[in-house]
Every structure is written in C-alpha cells, then in structure tokens.
Design a protein around this ligand. Structure first.
Ligand code: SAH
Ligand code: MG
Length: 219
C-alpha cells in the first residue's frame, strides 16, 4: 500500500472512516479515475480535526488540483473563513472551479494560478493555516515564504513528507526521485531542528508534518 505503515493498520484506519457527502464522493471518484492525487482518507480526516480545533479564518493551500481539499477545508473551517489556493495547471483549475461552484463556495475559495514560489512571493496577508500539498521537491524552498505568511499562532500542515517511505529509507528510493527525497529530508530537518519551530511528523497517509512556532524554548 502506501509504504508508510503496516498495510493492516492502514486498512483498519481507513475502514473506520465514514463515507462523505455525495458530491465529495463524486470528486473522489473523478480523482481516482483520472489519477489526480487528492489527500488520502485518513489525512482528510486529520485536516477536519485540525480545522475543527483551530477554526482558522484564513487558509492558504499549495496545490489545488481539482479542489477536493479546498472544499473539504472550507466545509470544516469558520463560517467566514477564506481559502487562497495555488495551482499551476490550468486544466486542474478548470475542474476545481466547476467543483467549487457546485458547492456554492466560489466566494470563499480563491484560486491563484501560477507556480507556488512565484505566487507565494507576491502574497502579503497572514494565514492561520497553511496546507502544503504541491511540488514535493520544493517544500524547502516554499518554507521561508510560508513562515513569512504564517500568523504568530499559525500551523503549517505538509502532506506527502514521507513520500511512499522513500524519505525514511534509502533502499526504497527510486533513482529518479532522489532529488525530491533529498529536498524533502532537508525540509523535515529544517522544521525539526529550527529552535523557533515545533514539528510533529506523523506516519499517516503519505506522511504529514505539522509545524507551528515554538512558544517555550527548551535549551
Ligand atoms: N490538495 C489537493 C491535491 C494537490 S495535488 C487535494 O488534496 O485535493 C498537487 C497539485 O499541485 C497538482 O495539481 C499539481 O499540478 C500542483 N503543483 C505541483 N507543483 C506545483 C507548483 N510548483 N506550483 C503550483 N502548483 C503545483
Ligand atoms: Mg498530497
């Protein structure tokens, strides 16, 4: 399966998760049919929990794809929450717009077209939650911009940080993925070792890393 945890554990956890509303299911089916990499079930559930606890007013997402995680987050955020989501692929954006409209969420979710790094550099607002889910090989490059845009109490949730297990084990690394793996390790090193940050890496889905600013510095 995902190469992150034991298959039987993954199956069991997935089995606990109840089915979504019809339209979300439609988007899930479209994603599976067209090989669009939307968040895994258990990661989606984790996001729902974080959002329910955190109630972020402003959310930034890197990687819209067809809008699945944006719609999901928007359903679990505040009434007045706004999501800004970045995507470079125009076909994905078109599909995302259709889905977002179906949910009547066009006024809450704004898609910015372009490469994440370029778009990030142009942003000025502060965000309460940043969901990093695009360009696995560039999380370490996105990080400084994300920290600049992160509210004092903000949270960064980064998806796919264990990348099918490759990040944790050289023997699993496919040759053409070496650069991605090295850069992802660099991302995890930075967020884990920076004294101003606190990070929890969770072997769930394809691996997630939750980072926030450290309030208590323990030497
Ligand atoms: N968050 C989505 C899935 C995103 S998949 C969900 O769970 O529903 C990752 C998306 O990021 C893809 O659509 C891909 O086109 C886009 N992407 C990859 N690298 C990017 C980059 N550097 N800038 C902008 N978009 C990027
Ligand atoms: Mg992902």
């Amino acid at each position: 399966m995902g190469g992150i945890t034991f298959d039987y554990i993954e199956q069991y956890i997935k089995g606990l998760i109840c089915e979504k509303s019809d339209i979300l299911r439609e988007i899930e089916e479209f994603a599976h049919k067209n090989l669009v990499p939307i968040v895994q079930k258990e990661t989606a559930r984790f996001l729902e929990v974080i959002l329910t606890i955190k109630r972020p007013a402003k959310i930034l997402e890197l990687g819209t794809a067809i809008g699945y995680s944006s719609i999901l987050m928007s359903m679990y955020a505040n009434e007045n929450s706004k999501i800004t989501t970045i995507e470079r692929d125009i076909n994905m954006i078109e599909e995302a717009k259709k889905n977002i409209e179906k949910y009547g969420l066009s006024s809450k979710i704004e898609i910015k077209q372009g490469d994440c790094l370029d778009v990030l550099k142009g942003l000025k607002d502060k965000y309460d939650l940043i969901f990093m889910d695009a360009g696995k090989g560039h999380y370490n490059h996105f990080l400084p911009e994300c920290l600049r845009l992160l509210n004092e109490d903000g949270i960064i949730v980064a998806d796919n940080v264990l990348f099918r297990g490759m990040v944790a084990n050289d023997e699993l690394v496919k040759r053409r993925k070496i650069t991605i793996v090295k850069r992802m390790r660099s991302y995890l090193d930075i967020v884990s070792k920076d004294k101003g940050l606190i990070t929890s890496v969770i072997p769930m889905g394809d691996g997630i890393a939750v980072t926030t600013r450290r309030k208590i510095v323990d030497e």
